[in-house]
Design a protein around this ligand. Structure first.
Ligand SMILES: [Zn+2]
Length: 63
């Protein structure tokens, strides 16, 4: 397998993760319950769901 193919596979795996992270990050900026919390788990229910989806995407699973 070529280096280019390996790189493409890694990038494909990163896209859902980055998208999930961005969704959570944008939520924390708009949500009064999540803004300024020390940990994502301390946020509101929606914030925790978004964070959970990000964690699943990070280990390569879809929620
Ligand atoms: Zn929230």
């Amino acid at each position: 397998m070529s280096v280019g193919r390996v790189k493409a596979r890694v990038e494909q795996a990163e896209i859902p993760m980055l998208r999930a992270y961005r969704l959570w990050f944008e939520h924390t900026r708009k949500c009064g319950g999540c803004k300024g919390v020390a940990a994502a788990q301390d946020g509101c229910e929606t914030g925790r769901e978004l964070w959970g989806a990000y964690r699943l995407a990070r280990i390569g699973r879809t929620p």
